[in-house]
Design a protein around this ligand. Structure first.
Ligand SMILES: CC(C)(COP(=O)(O)OP(=O)(O)OC[C@H]1O[C@@H](n2cnc3c(N)ncnc32)[C@H](O)[C@@H]1OP(=O)(O)O)[C@@H](O)C(=O)NCCC(=O)NCCSC(=O)C[C@](C)(O)C(=O)O
Ligand SMILES: [Mg+2]
Length: 356
């Protein structure tokens, strides 16, 4: 680990200074596309107007014989597209793969000025982030970049989860972490074959009511990912970076997808991945606080004055801590409203009504 005194020093001569704060830009959905797939690539300019983050995926889900085409496709799309305020990310191949070195060299050299974040899969510990950190600094210096690229880790190995706190704090480049439920399930030898989401076998059951152990006992399905998401959220909050849910693979089941996204939102995640256009509106709905909640938060903040003491609002006690909770919601709403005029209007109308 670097000394705290050196933490914000560039790792190569001529590389840009690392950022001291991760920008809390709206990133409700990280929309995945395969840059080697012509149909998906054709949708990118339109999607850029709808999503917060577009991610050109080079890793899993891109066929081995399409890896070079995907890398080249991303370079061409990045050069040809005006993304406006939508961020452009990429997911590089894993650090033990034959493609990753060329992924990094090509992308940083050719489109380093267009890319915001590099997502690194299958991160096992801080050593993986340190390797990428130094390499990026060298490539940034060579490309003459003025703005450092940020790094996002996927939590998808058992050792990655065990080391999540050190991963979150491994570099000032660390922007955030996402859950990778498919690789993580395999790494842990979990017995689900689903890509994210629940499992009907993972449940708790009410006690027996009589002699019959089967009659009248309700079961409740539990969330397989609760522990990991909660731990990831704490690690990210502790290091000032952003946590995300990951993929929900049952594209058809938009209902359970919304539930899983909402669990993550309520636990502290700022966004999720979208794998198919049908998931974009779900993510937008879930990861934008509801107007009534924003109105309530603004009402409490207004009533709390300097934020100290205790007041009663609509029968509920508010104090220093609850006003902080309200600020989390209100500040997120303000950030999203800057990007989304419809949301701004909905938030302002609900607030007006609540304060009337
Ligand atoms: C699921 C699939 C195969 C269904 O693709 P489809 O073509 O069968 O679906 P469709 O409903 O027929 O598609 C309708 C239209 O939408 C297009 N389309 C479809 N998807 C997209 C998209 N994402 N972006 C832009 N356009 C898209 C598609 O090309 C088609 O265009 P058309 O109307 O012109 O014919 C397809 O959506 C897809 O490949 N999505 C991305 C998958 C992906 O990126 N997976 C990797 C992330 S998950 C992961 O890696 C795990 C993790 C974290 O590592 C770990 O847990 O371990
Ligand atoms: Mg994976």
């Amino acid at each position: 680990m670097r000394s705290p005194k050196d933490f914000f020093a560039p790792l190569a001569v001529g590389a840009p200074d690392p950022v001291r704060e991760i920008p809390a830009l709206p990133s409700r959905m990280i929309h995945f596309f395969d840059p080697s797939n012509a149909k998906m690539a054709a949708k990118v300019p339109d999607l850029a107007k709808k999503v917060d983050v577009l991610l050109g995926n080079l890793e899993d889900a891109v066929r081995a014989d399409r890896k070079e085409a995907a890398r080249q496709g991303l370079v061409e799309i990045a050069k040809a597209t005006d993304f406006g305020s939508t961020q452009l990310w990429t997911r590089i191949n894993s650090l033990d793969s034959p493609w990753v070195l060329d992924d990094l060299i090509t992308l940083v050299t050719e489109i380093g000025d267009k890319l915001d974040v590099i997502m690194v899969p299958k991160v096992e510990g801080a050593q993986d982030i340190h390797y990428v950190d130094r390499l990026l600094a060298q490539l940034e210096a060579r490309a003459g970049l003025r703005r450092p690229l940020l790094v996002h880790a996927i939590l998808e190995t058992a050792s990655g989860v065990a080391n999540v706190e050190e991963i979150a704090g491994a570099s000032p480049r660390m922007q955030g972490i996402s859950l990778g439920p498919a690789d993580l399930a395999a790494s842990r030898r979990m017995k689900t074959t689903r890509v994210g989401g629940g499992h009907p076998g993972y449940l708790v059951r009410t006690d027996p009511v009589g002699e019959d152990l089967h009659e009248g006992r309700t079961t409740y399905q539990q969330d397989l990912w609760h522990y990991t998401v909660a731990r990831m959220v704490d690690a990210c909050a502790m290091h000032g970076i952003l946590p995300y849910y990951g993929p929900f693979g049952d594209i058809r089941d938009v209902v359970a997808c919304e539930d899983q996204f909402r669990n993550a939102f309520l636990l502290g995640c700022v966004g999720t991945w979208t794998l198919h256009p049908v998931q974009v509106d779900i993510a937008k709905r879930v990861f934008s606080p509801e107007p009534k909640d924003v109105a309530w938060a603004r009402k409490v903040i207004a009533a709390m004055g300097d934020g100290t003491g205790a007041v009663m609002i609509d029968g509920k006690m508010q104090d220093d801590a609850s006003v902080k909770q309200c600020r989390v919601v209100a500040e997120l709403a303000d950030k999203l409203a800057e990007r989304d005029p419809e949301l701004k209007q909905a938030y302002d109308e609900a607030t007006k009504e609540a304060l009337a």
